[in-house]
Each structure stands twice: as C-alpha cells, then as structure tokens.
Design a protein around this ligand. Structure first.
Ligand code: ATP
Ligand code: LTN
Length: 334
C-alpha cells in the first residue's frame, strides 16, 4: 500500500440514488483503480450544502451514497471510504487556498455560472462560488497523482493544479501536482429521452436510469428510449444519438465491442435491441441494488466502516495540513 501512488475522488450525496452515468462514468473506474493506487474515496457532504438542502434527506443520502459505493465494488479494506465532514482539514485547507485564489479566477468557473443561473446570481451562496476551492482542498490534502472524474470536472482539476503550483512557488514544495484521469469511452452517458444531453439528476426522470430503481422501472425506461426512424442499428453519434447511446451503454455494461453489437443486431428492430439491453442492465444492476439495500439495513455497521475510513483519511490529511500551516507561517500549538 505504501509504495502505490495516492488517488482521490469524490461525489456529492445529493440524491437517493446514483445514476447510470455516475456508475459507468466514474464508479466502475474507481473500483478498478483501487488495486493500483492507495485510494481515497470521499462523499462530499460539505459541497452538498452549497445549494439549499433538507437535513434529513442529506443524512439519508450520505448513507445511501456510501452503500452504493460499497455495493458497486469499492472495497473498504483496500480504499479509504469516508465522509468529507468527518475530516476537519478539508474546511481548514480550503480557507488557506481561498486566500491565494483571485476573485476573477474563481469567477471563471463554468459550473458556478451554470448552477448560479438556476437560482439567480444574487441569491447563489458564497459557498457555491468557492466550491471549486474546497474541491482543490479535498484533492491536495491527499497528495494524489490521479483524480478520476467525468469530463465536466476538467476545469476544476486545472484550478487545483494552478493553486498547488502557486502555493509551492510561494511557500516551498508542499503539494504533489495531481492529474485528471478521464475515460474516453464512458466520459458521457446520455439521457434516454434527450440523447444529446448528459444523463443527469436534473434531467427528465424518464430518461434517467438509477442504480436503486426497481427492475420493472428500468425495463420501461429502456423500452421508451428515444431513437430515430431509419430503423438501422449502427453507431453514429451525430446522426443517430439515441441508438449510439444504447449501443454505448450495452458495450460498457457487457464489455462486448460496438462493432460486434452492430453485427449481431444487423437487421433486427430497435425493440429487440432495447429489450435485450434492458435485460443486460437489470441483470448487472440488480445485485448491486440488493447489496446496497442489505448494507442500508444495518446503518450502525455502515457508520463503523465510514469511521474507519475517516481515521485513515484524517491521518493523511492532518500531515498535509500541518505542513501547510507551517509553510504559511502559523506557529504550532503547544
Ligand atoms: P447531476 O446529475 O446533477 O448533473 P452529477 O450526476 O454530475 O450531477 P456529480 O456528483 O457531480 O453528479 O458527479 C459524480 C461523478 O459522475 C463525476 O465524476 C461526474 O463527472 C460523473 N458523471 C456524472 N454524470 C455523468 C454522465 N452522464 N456520464 C458520465 N459520467 C458522469
Ligand atoms: N465537484 C465534483 C465532486 C467533487 C470532487 C472532489 C471530485 C468534490 N470534491 C474532489 C473529485 C475530487 C462533482 O461535481 N462531480
């Protein structure tokens, strides 16, 4: 474990279920990378309060997110699985990093622009504005080489690198400069009803396949997926976004190549593709959902796993925070 490079990633506990985009775009990759890295996986609850939230829902969703990580193959022996608010150093380092970030630099982040438009810029919180700086703290505390994320997070990782380089230049070598790891094939899973938009919690519920959905609901969503009228099963993102998304999901779930799927389904109707895909996805997701439900039936055990993960995370985070406090000129508490 000690000579493997570190890795950190995180997801917000902002819904009761992860969706197929989160799972294929991020979680599958996380599970695979944990053998080659000393991995830290964080449930970023501090980020979840940058927009209005219901406290009971946040509590439930934090445990539900943890259960889905574990059910999808994150191994709490191999990796540190923890909740951000259990590690005080995240908020502490975020403050220091805020003090070396320019107003204009923070203002250029596109996620803030998108999300603040929903509520109107004047009623968006200052926390939403400084969100990417807290994310930089999440990352830099763990000295990771790799940060596996979806395409939408590239700009935040760039900011993180800029801040690390700036800090090291001003105060001496303190942080490892991290790199984003973005998988091309599954970087974007699309909405089944609107196959040119990314699958998202805030999209059409009928186009969103959740890990915690029951099997009948999943079958129905695939059967009513939007396709086109030429009837040909062929991968072409531009001309045939709906069919291409279905083929992409099929390939990601089973490992069968797109080319082989095109050959196998040549001459078949969309109904056959949708029906078989629904079966394949249900067979894949059902054990994950069942395992997650099982884990959720014992919240005390889940909390114990999260406490153990937090202890490992705190050890690494405290070390980095100490070096940072010393570098900026804070005197040590005796
Ligand atoms: P929302 O659903 O509100 O758009 P989100 O699903 O992006 O939010 P996050 O917690 O922001 O939720 O994302 C968690 C991870 O899942 C990130 O690494 C993100 O890049 C990835 N991800 C999210 N949606 C998709 C998608 N449709 N395809 C591939 N990866 C995705
Ligand atoms: N902003 C990310 C979630 C996130 C994250 C992180 C991802 C918060 N901190 C650290 C990777 C590393 C998102 O919206 N997906």
């Amino acid at each position: 474990m000690t000579n493997k490079p570190n890795l950190l990633s995180g997801m917000q506990p902002s819904a009761g279920s992860l969706h197929l985009g989160n799972y294929l775009g991020a979680l599958v990759n996380w599970a695979q990378m944990q053998d080659d890295y000393n991995a830290f996986y964080c449930i970023v609850d501090l980020h979840a309060i940058t927009v209005p939230q219901d406290p009971n829902e946040l509590r439930a969703n934090t445990r539900r997110t943890a259960a889905q990580y574990l059910a999808a193959g994150i191994d709490s022996e191999k990796s540190a699985l923890f909740v951000q608010s259990h590690v005080p150093a995240h908020a502490q380092l975020a403050w220091v990093l805020q003090c070396i970030t320019g107003m204009g630099e923070a203002g250029r982040m596109t996620q803030f622009k998108d999300k603040s438009q929903k509520s109107g810029v004047d009623s968006a919180s200052v926390g939403l504005y400084t969100y990417p700086i807290l994310q930089a703290a999440d990352i830099l505390l763990y000295q990771p080489k790799a940060v596996p994320v979806g395409e939408d997070q590239r700009q935040h990782i760039e900011l993180t690198r800029d801040l690390a380089i700036r800090f090291n230049g001003r105060f001496g070598e303190t942080f490892v400069i991290p790199e984003a790891v973005i998988l091309k094939e599954t970087a974007k899973i699309y909405d089944l009803q609107n196959p040119t938009a990314k699958m998202s919690k805030s999209g059409d519920p009928k186009g969103l396949v959740n890990l915690m959905d029951d099997s009948a609901a999943i079958v129905k969503k695939f059967k009513t997926a939007v396709t086109d009228t030429d009837g040909e099963i062929r991968f072409d993102r531009e001309a045939k976004p709906g069919v291409s998304n279905l083929l992409g999901i099929y390939s990601a779930v089973t490992g069968e190549s797109i080319r082989s799927l095109e050959e196998r389904f040549a001459g078949a109707g969309y109904g056959a593709l949708k029906g078989e895909l629904a079966e394949v996805v249900v067979a894949h997701i059902e054990p994950i959902r069942n395992r997650a439900e099982e884990l959720l039936s014992d919240p005390a055990e889940l909390d114990r796993l999260l406490a153990a993960g937090a202890a490992r995370a705190n050890e690494q985070a405290e070390k980095t925070l100490k070096a940072v406090y010393d570098a900026v000129g804070f005197i040590a508490a005796r």
